[in-house]
Design a binder for this molecule. Structure first.
Ligand code: AMP
Ligand code: MG
Length: 326
């Protein structure tokens, strides 16, 4: 099997029709979202959800984010406290996932999607996937469309190279504009906790709510947000962080046009954003990691990235990309 790739921009309606057919058959479809490409399946169908875990080689204790067409649909499946509702109204559609108590009455999201938890991670994506969910009229469980633990895909080409042989359909929506996964929050007792930094910055969340976002460290975060498993987002090559020079055999990823000692001997040089813009850097991160890997370099050296704004999400992904492999 080799996946068909359909242009979701030029042939949007045909792409939606084809995706709806396949999803109703209980098969996953790879599709564009503003964060990264997702591997989506009907969140109410256990066989379909099982195929996501199998296709990705993803551990089953790692729950999937359920994507909704809009807040109204989300409220049919989960209970919103006042702060979560305000966050949803402010930032949806967009790169924000909220962990919420599942509505038990008339429950439709299958426990395989939530790994048996009594909470569900919910997000309303922008663009093609929200239109598809509205057409299907069911939530879509969708992790990133890559082999578990590897670099996340930000283009249809990335998906095809990694999972093309295992899939029926990939929708091409162009380069994912945000480029890193959603920010995951949980609100409990009026306190907002950051479970995973992502495409929505903590600064923006704090400005919208007037609340301080708490950061959680340690094992609890690992269970709640397995995007937090130590080695994740890993290229084939080793990754060396906070590089101030380039060593023989390395490819270099830098930021803001800053010259780096020894860069003339790098196998290749990538600048995440020549102007130093961290949103642009996030959008380029996974593509440049993948291109740096494709040079055959034995190691990828990455310079220090500031930690404000989307820099927090970039650094989170880089630390996991550099973590010791199993
Ligand atoms: P991924 O789709 O791989 O980017 O990861 C989705 C993230 O959402 C994982 O880190 C999950 O642990 C997290 N997640 C999804 N549902 C829940 C939930 N009910 N409770 C806690 N975390 C969740
Ligand atoms: Mg992922």
């Amino acid at each position: 099997m080799t996946a068909d790739i359909i242009d979701g921009i030029g042939h949007k309606q045909a792409a939606i029709d084809a995706a709806v057919r396949i999803l109703k058959d209980g098969l996953p479809v790879a599709l564009p979202t503003e964060t990264v490409y997702g591997l989506a399946a009907d969140a109410t169908n256990p066989a379909a959800i099982t195929r996501i875990y199998e296709t990705k080689g993803r551990p089953r204790f790692n729950p999937l984010i359920c994507h909704m067409a809009d807040l109204t649909m989300a409220e049919r499946h989960a209970e919103f406290d006042a702060i979560s509702k305000k966050l949803a109204e402010t930032f949806w559609p967009g790169p924000l996932t909220l962990i919420l108590p599942l509505r038990q009455e008339g429950r439709r999201i299958h426990p395989l999607a939530t790994a048996g938890l009594d909470t569900v991670g919910i997000r309303v994506p922008k663009g093609f996937s929200a239109e598809l969910i509205a057409a299907l009229d069911r939530p879509l469980a969708a992790p990133s469309a890559n082999t578990s633990g590897k670099i996340s895909p930000t283009s249809a080409r990335h998906v095809a190279d990694d999972l093309g042989e295992k899939l029926t359909l990939i929708i091409d929506g162009g380069a994912a504009p945000v480029g890193v996964e959603s920010t995951i929050l949980r609100v409990e007792g009026g306190v907002i906790t950051l479970l995973r930094p992502g495409g929505l910055s903590v600064e923006d969340i704090e400005a919208a709510t007037g609340l301080t976002v708490e950061r959680r460290e340690g094992p609890a975060a690992i269970i709640e947000a397995p995007g937090m498993l130590a080695s994740h987002y890993a290229p084939g090559a080793a990754v060396r962080l906070n590089a101030r020079h380039v060593e023989a055999g390395e490819a270099l990823i830098r930021l803001g046009g800053v010259p780096i000692e020894g860069m003339e001997q790098a196998k290749a040089v990538f600048d995440l954003s020549p102007s130093g813009d961290l949103s642009e850097a996030a959008a380029n991160l996974f593509d440049y990691l993948s291109q740096a890997d494709a040079t055959g370099a034995e190691r990828i050296a990455v310079t220090a990235i500031p930690s404000q704004g989307l820099g927090e999400a970039i650094n989170d992904r880089l630390v996991r990309a550099a973590a010791p492999r199993e």
